[in-house]
Design a protein around this ligand. Structure first.
Ligand SMILES: Cc1ncc(COP(=O)(O)O)c(C=O)c1O
Length: 495
């Protein structure tokens, strides 16, 4: 079988079997691209002439393949506007949302956070959730793994402390103190397999309700609700979580407040210093009140001095949650909780009951990776790269085709791997932007599906809330990023 890679916007995986021939191979490749979302519903296909030249096929072969797929209902031929993927055939991002919600996988699948559960792929992908996975530091990681596994005592392969390996807890205590101002004693750290698991463990051990930011990651809300803990949505604005709401009746039984103070997900705001103070006061006022600090992208701040972790102000009442998902990749499945005294034993026991401990080989490798300072080197290089991407995004959206941009505003870009494009009421709606993006083969995340409260339309959009698009500039490769930005600019150029 010969493999051809088209240089079109869509990567067509064309395998030509000499027995069944080129037309059948092309039909198969197109069906597959439609099925897995590389060709989204409504996407326009190249002309038969262009595709034939591109793939080195006879034009008649391409025409015949298109005709066959039209007959099957996968494509529609519209006079004057070429051939498109049929509406009910390709998977638009909003379809993925419905499917994920229905399957119970949680809507965070669409946020890119749980991308593995989401089979939709786009030729250009600016969905938030992952860093550039092609930049995983393979060599340095392998070096660390070799050294760590070679030198580890045999008990590394056994059942161990549910809190995780001491080597890693020590390395993290030093690293978090140095880089984030976290006051961490290795004895108070519990290694978990993701911030998601950390929140679910807290849901199990807390007796009262949990306030969680809204919007946030629906899967996180769901994971906590699944433990039987009540989740009370806490609205956010440009100054972060509106913590003054905590004094309201709805929050009477709340025991813990989950916030993203350094860079709110997905709005991108930083918790205002006065609000930090209010939050600290709220926690100190009642016995057994906690702040849960989700510091998922705290390493990536570009414009000012890093905003230190809130935990440093309130160590005896804060659960600090950190993760390797943004610095290395979510596949690593390693995260850490720094716990106040009162929660340490209950969380450790909950972790033991859940899965004994997180897997240890990754833990000792990460410990070695941190103590050799390869982690610092990797983060510094990543920060520079993402900062350049952030700058390019801002520059490209400042003007559209030479005119000042209108209809939207870019925000939340001081930190992290995502930004928020706020849509102005006079411009395109979220649904329109997402549909247009799909036409250009561009994956984006609408803010609409990330709200916990408010009315939701059939497509998951929430018209009563501010409209916006979450743009993840972390995940494309360096080579793919400029083209993804082109697609974004075209998507937003609505007049
Ligand atoms: C707000 C937020 N918190 C935490 C995480 C990390 O979650 P986990 O450690 O479970 O991969 C993410 C990842 O996308 C995130 O966006």
């Amino acid at each position: 079988m010969a493999e051809y890679w088209s240089t079109l916007d869509v990567d067509l995986h064309l395998a030509v079997d000499p027995d069944s021939g080129r037309r059948v191979g092309l039909e198969h490749a197109l069906r597959e691209a439609i099925r897995d979302g590389r060709l989204a519903a409504g996407a326009r296909l190249p002309s038969t002439r262009t595709l034939a030249v591109e793939l080195g096929l006879a034009r008649g072969t391409v025409s015949a393949a298109y005709d066959q797929l039209v007959a099957e209902g996968h494509l529609v031929a519209v006079r004057g506007s070429g051939t498109r993927v049929a509406a009910q055939s390709g998977r638009a991002p909003s379809d993925a949302r419905t499917t994920d919600a229905a399957s119970g996988a949680g809507t965070a699948a669409k946020s890119g956070t749980q991308r593995a559960a989401d089979p939709v792929r786009f030729p250009h992908d600016l969905r938030p959730g992952t860093p550039d996975l092609s930049r995983f530091p393979r060599e340095a990681w392998l070096r660390a793994a070799r050294r760590a596994v070679n030198e580890a005592p045999s008990d590394v392969f056994g059942y161990g402390d549910p809190r995780g390996r001491l080597e890693l807890r020590r390395a993290l205590a030093e690293y978090l103190g140095r880089t984030r101002g976290v006051l961490a004693d290795p004895e108070h750290i519990v290694i978990v397999s993701g911030a998601l698991q950390g929140l679910a463990l807290l849901g199990r051990v807390l007796g009262g309700g949990m306030a969680m930011e809204d919007p946030y990651i629906p899967l996180f809300h769901k994971a906590v609700r699944t433990t039987g803990t009540e989740v009370v949505p806490l609205l956010v604005d440009d100054d972060g979580a509106r913590v003054e709401q905590l004094r309201g009746r709805a929050f009477r039984d709340v025991e813990a407040v989950v916030v993203t103070p350094s860079h709110q997900y997905p709005i991108g705001s930083t918790l205002h210093p006065a609000r930090r103070q209010t939050l600290v006061e709220w926690a100190r006022e009642g016995a057994g009140r906690y702040v849960v600090e989700d510091d998922y992208d705290g390493e990536f701040r570009y414009d000012r001095q890093p905003v230190g972790a809130l935990q440093g102000m309130l160590p005896d009442r804060t659960v600090y949650l950190g993760t390797a998902s943004k610095t290395l990749g979510p596949g690593v499945r390693l995260a850490w909780m720094v716990l106040p005294e009162a929660l340490l034993d209950p969380v450790t026991e909950a972790k033991r009951h859940l899965d004994h401990q997180s897997e240890t080989l990754g833990q000792v490798t990460l410990a070695e990776f941190i103590t050799s300072h390869d982690y610092d080197r990797h983060i510094r290089a990543s920060r520079l790269r993402y900062r350049r991407r952030r700058d390019l995004l801002a520059e490209r959206l400042r003007t559209k085709a030479g005119r000042p941009a209108a209809g939207f505003a870019l925000g939340g870009i001081a930190a992290g791997l995502h930004a928020l494009v706020r849509l102005e009421p006079a411009g395109m709606s979220e649904a329109e932007v997402l549909a247009r993006a799909a036409e250009f083969g561009l994956g984006l995340e609408g803010l609409g599906g990330l709200w916990d409260t408010g009315p939701k339309g059939r497509s998951g959009q929430n018209r009563a809330r501010p409209q916006g698009i979450v743009v993840g500039f972390g995940s494309p490769t360096e080579a793919a990023y400029p083209r993804a930005l082109d697609a974004l600019v075209r998507t937003l150029s609505w007049r």
